[in-house]
Ligand binder design. Structure first.
Ligand code: HEC
Length: 104
């Protein structure tokens, strides 16, 4: 009987922790979307899903339009080293069009 009560308490605590975690995650929502220009565009979506896995998402205005291509190529190499799947050519072009449009 005593053990069963202990188990129940443990289960309840675990359940509450899980619920809190889920609640927190939902409250935060997507990490960068609200700060991105044209948040619903295809480019913003690629940026959102591929550019904050390893570091905080970079500020788009931190680089000139003609610098992004090299950077994105370098990031592909970083992805390769971590065995993350690469952006497809079309995802890359969508992202570059977006970055170039909104950079300085
Ligand atoms: C697999 C991990 C990884 C992913 C994913 C990643 N990066 Fe990076 N990023 C790095 C590392 C490591 C550095 C530091 C070394 C360097 O600059 O190459 C860095 C540095 C940077 C810098 C600062 C360097 C500079 O020249 O100003 C920018 C900007 C950047 N990343 C942009 C991006 C963008 C845009 C994406 C999405 C396409 C992205 N990163 C995705 C690993 C990653």
């Amino acid at each position: 009987m005593k053990i069963a009560t202990k188990m129940k308490t443990k289960l309840t605590i675990t359940l509450i922790s899980c619920l809190m975690l889920i609640a927190c995650n939902n409250a935060q929502g997507p990490k960068v979307k609200h700060e991105l220009p044209e948040p619903e565009s295809a480019g913003a979506k690629v940026f959102d899903s591929f550019c904050s896995n390893c570091h905080a998402p970079p500020r788009i205005k931190s680089h000139k339009a003609d610098e992004w291509r090299n950077i994105v190529e370098r990031m592909q190499n970083h992805r390769l080293k971590k065995a993350y799947h690469l952006l497809t050519d079309s995802e890359k072009e969508t992202l570059l069009t977006y970055l170039e449009k909104h950079s300085i």
